[in-house]
Design a binder for this molecule. Structure first.
Ligand SMILES: C[S@@+](CC[C@H](N)C(=O)[O-])C[C@H]1O[C@@H](n2cnc3c(N)ncnc32)[C@H](O)[C@@H]1O
Ligand code: SF4
Length: 338
């Protein structure tokens, strides 16, 4: 396994710094916009408007873009979607990305419904850690949220993930008032017992679905959990992202809080997202984007590709406007790559 301490610059010393002085060190790569679930906050029931396969970046194209980002100082890559395990032969892509020295950390976000089939191969190919979406421990509630009887397959996927050796395994729970909010303490106990890290996420108003997600401010929820489980702020940083972590005083469990709405973290944003069609999205909550696919298919050189990425990063906006312009973003999270 590679040394996971992330250096601030690539071997060549190149860095990607945006107009607001933020260094980009993290790339999320969506390998498909399709999904076998329809989580209520992410995709509408019956949605079928997916990207045509001829517009999907090939593994070779994804590898080229990731390698270019690597040369520009990006060390962490997360594979996501849609549901990334729906993309055939994903371990082959992981192997290709892991072969690049600059890419020190490859992680995966998944709904885990197919993880029991692929966990071992993904781990061996180079995925070190995974995030799994799990909004409820109640089978009926999960069916209500995801639009499918998904609970048993997710549980099987989680066990397979543990056996394969992913560390850590983080469970992402989007908190929805009147839907799963009451389950948070139970979910915390479950994660403490299983050795998972629970992450509570505020719903973002993305696309028509995100507008109706019964948003809850997780600040008061955190205060309650701090009292209930005797949590203290975590000493070490866990992962490269915006979550703020708290651990139990006895060290027997950790909970992360992701508050894009109530306490946004745009000033320290270190990432951009590559969608399956080759569009680079600069921010979840803004429209700035840069189409790389036409350039890749026109045969640009590696130097030109790096220059295109630098131009794209110039477009990165200062912050999202979810609180002031709720209806602005019409893309679903699954399209951008969550
Ligand atoms: C879009 S999914 C893609 C990966 C995989 N399908 C999964 O569910 O983990 C990535 C993450 O985005 C989160 N997500 C989707 N829509 C969201 C929204 N409107 N607000 C907050 N989080 C959202 C999901 O809960 C999930 O944890
Ligand atoms: S959150 Fe993940 S699992 Fe749920 S619909 Fe979106 S992409 Fe699919």
């Amino acid at each position: 396994m590679k040394n996971l301490s992330i250096s601030p610059a690539s071997a060549s010393g190149a860095q990607l710094i945006d107009r607001f002085g933020r260094q980009l060190t993290y790339l999320r790569v969506s390998v498909t916009d399709k999904c076998d679930l329809r989580c209520s906050y992410c995709m509408p029931k019956g949605f079928n408007g997916f990207e045509e396969p001829e517009n999907w970046l090939t593994f070779a194209e994804i590898e080229r873009v990731v390698a270019a980002f690597g040369r520009l100082g990006v060390a962490r890559v997360r594979l996501t979607g849609g549901e990334p395990l729906l993309r055939r032969n994903l371990p082959q892509l992981v192997e290709r990305l892991a072969s690049h020295e600059e890419i020190r950390d490859i992680s995966l976000s998944t709904n885990a419904t197919q993880l029991h089939k692929h966990a071992q191969a993904l781990y061996q190919a180079g995925v070190s850690r995974i995030n799994v979406s799990l909004d409820s421990l109640d089978k009926a509630c999960m069916e209500n949220i995801t639009g499918r009887d998904s609970f048993a397959s997710i549980m099987a996927g989680l066990q397979a993930g543990k056996q394969a050796g992913f560390k850590p395994i983080k469970l992402n729970m989007v908190v929805m008032g009147g839907v799963n909010e009451h389950e948070i303490p139970r979910m915390a106990e479950f994660c403490f017992n299983e050795g998972f890290i629970l992450r509570l996420i505020e719903a973002m108003p993305m696309g028509s679905t995100g507008q109706n997600s019964q948003y809850r401010d997780i600040g008061p929820i955190r205060d309650q959990l701090v009292r209930q489980f005797d949590l203290i702020p975590a000493a070490e940083e866990l992962g490269g992202g915006p979550a703020r972590y708290w651990t139990r005083r006895d060290g027997q469990g950790t909970i992360g809080f992701i508050s894009p709405i109530s306490q946004h973290f745009c000033a320290s944003c270190n990432r951009v997202r590559l969608a399956v069609d080759g569009t680079l999205y600069m921010c979840l909550g803004q429209d700035e984007q840069f189409a790389l696919r036409p350039l890749l298919r026109a045969g640009i050189s590696d130097t030109e590709l790096e220059q295109a990425i630098r131009e794209a990063i110039e477009l990165k906006p200062e912050r999202h406007e979810f609180t002031t312009q709720r209806h602005k973003i019409i893309r679903f999270m699954s399209q951008t790559g969550g």
